[in-house]
Design a protein around this ligand. Sequence first.
Ligand SMILES: [Zn+2]
Ligand SMILES: [Zn+2]
Length: 127
Amino acid sequence: MFSRAKSGYPLRMFECFENAGVARTWPQCGRQSSITASEHATLNGLPDRLGHVVPVAACELAAGHPGSHVAFVVAAEDGDHWWWLRWDARHRHLIRLDPCERTATDEDVPDDCLLPSGHHGPHSFEL
Ligand SMILES: [Zn+2]
Ligand SMILES: [Zn+2]
């Protein structure tokens, strides 16, 4: 369910999930889009990439969100640069976005939002 270890997510991110013992269901949009050959080539060429580029992007926003779909695809620069695919019926773009700054503070273990900065809808820890 939550298997970003294989997709190159910065390690500290899943450590905090594991430590929290979180086994949540995410009612996410989940719309999928295969990474094209040229997108794959672009992402593979990023400096200091962490892990592998995901073969299929799956939208991480809350189900029913407005606007474009957004999915994390790979981290570069040793985890400082997070790359995302943003797409809709007509357009698709690879973009570098900083992660959302919000952290849930009402829990014993801080829970970072894993969505891009400025995203629509609830934070990932609210899903
Ligand atoms: Zn979506
Ligand atoms: Zn957020």
